[in-house]
Design a protein around this ligand. Structure first.
Ligand SMILES: *[C@@H]1O[C@H](CO)[C@@H](O)[C@H](O)[C@H]1NC(C)=O
Length: 284
């Protein structure tokens, strides 16, 4: 008999696999619901600056949505998202609703990131942003290894986003690792697995200097959060930068970032993005 401690892992893997079946086989939804859920955009066919959103629940977003929605989370005509059906639509939270399907998704960092990018000058340049949600709650980094369904789905979605003059990939926003703090083996393997992931993504997408903005963990599901955080800080690859979420306010579960935290994370990730590109950026 297997030790009882392994059973939640198996359940977690099964839940992730169930969520994935949607990523891999996305049947077109009925037209009526499509029109309601995915408002058409005149920018859908044009080039975009694309951002891949990957990781687990805090990237998918678990921040509660206040009413009215704070401006940084509201839809903007120049911010699109690639739906699970691989159609571009005006982005409206929850961005991962049709991707991370086994949990109630809320607010994540990507809308504030996009708003900040537009406010920083991209808007006047006429730039259109394309967000590509791929994150699934409860996933461990081994599930994101090349050959695993999550990895392959993310690469396929990135390629779909960039196909036929779809634009350029600006960065990967990566927020993951909370589930790798439970088992010591996972925590100690984290750094190597992350470096491998970055290497494989760059190779498969043909972008050797692809920027990866990883979020330093603010919380963990287990006792080895410090080990994973150290690994994140010590990634020795060019163009992999860290935005540290430690200290940002958490929800009552002490695991998920609050809406306020996600807003600050989105803004800080954007500042890091600008700094990484060497663009002079003025804090407001
Ligand atoms: C963390 O450590 C405490 C104290 O040793 C233990 O009771 C708890 O089960 C551990 N948590 C996990 C998720 O392993």
């Amino acid at each position: 008999m297997k030790p009882a401690a392994r059973r939640p892992l198996l359940l977690c893997a099964l839940a992730a696999a169930a969520a994935l079946s949607f990523l891999l086989v996305a049947p077109p939804p009925p037209l009526a619901s499509l029109l309601l859920a995915f408002p058409a955009s005149p920018y859908a066919g044009g080039p975009k600056l694309v951002f891949l959103l990957a990781g687990q629940s805090n990237m998918a977003g678990r921040g509660l949505a206040p009413s009215p929605l704070p401006p940084p989370f509201r839809p903007h005509p120049r911010v699109l998202r690639l739906a699970a059906s691989r159609r571009w639509a005006v982005a409206a939270p929850p961005l991962h609703a049709d991707i991370d399907t086994h949990k109630a998704c809320g607010l994540g960092p990507a809308m504030p990131f996009a708003h900040r990018l537009l406010a920083g000058g991209a808007e006047s340049s006429g730039l259109v942003l394309g967000l590509v949600p791929c994150a699934v709650g409860g996933t461990r980094i081994w599930m994101w290894a090349k050959g695993e369904p999550l990895y392959e789905a993310a690469v396929a979605r990135a390629r779909a986003a960039l196909a036929a003059g779809g634009g350029t990939l600006g960065a990967v926003l990566w927020f993951q690792g909370e589930s790798d703090t439970i088992e010591l083996d996972d925590a100690t393997a984290y750094g190597g697995r992350m470096e491998r992931l970055v290497h494989d993504l760059r190779a498969d997408l043909g972008i050797p200097d692809l920027l990866v903005i990883q979020v330093g963990l603010a919380s963990g599901e287990g006792n080895y959060t410090d080990i994973v955080r150290e690994a994140q800080k010590n990634i020795e690859l060019p163009n992999v930068v860290l935005v540290d979420a430690m200290g940002l306010p958490l929800r009552d579960d002490q695991l998920h970032l609050s809406t306020e935290a996600q807003l600050r994370l989105g803004v800080e990730s954007n500042d890091k993005y600008h700094h990484s590109l060497g663009i002079f950026y003025c804090r407001v």
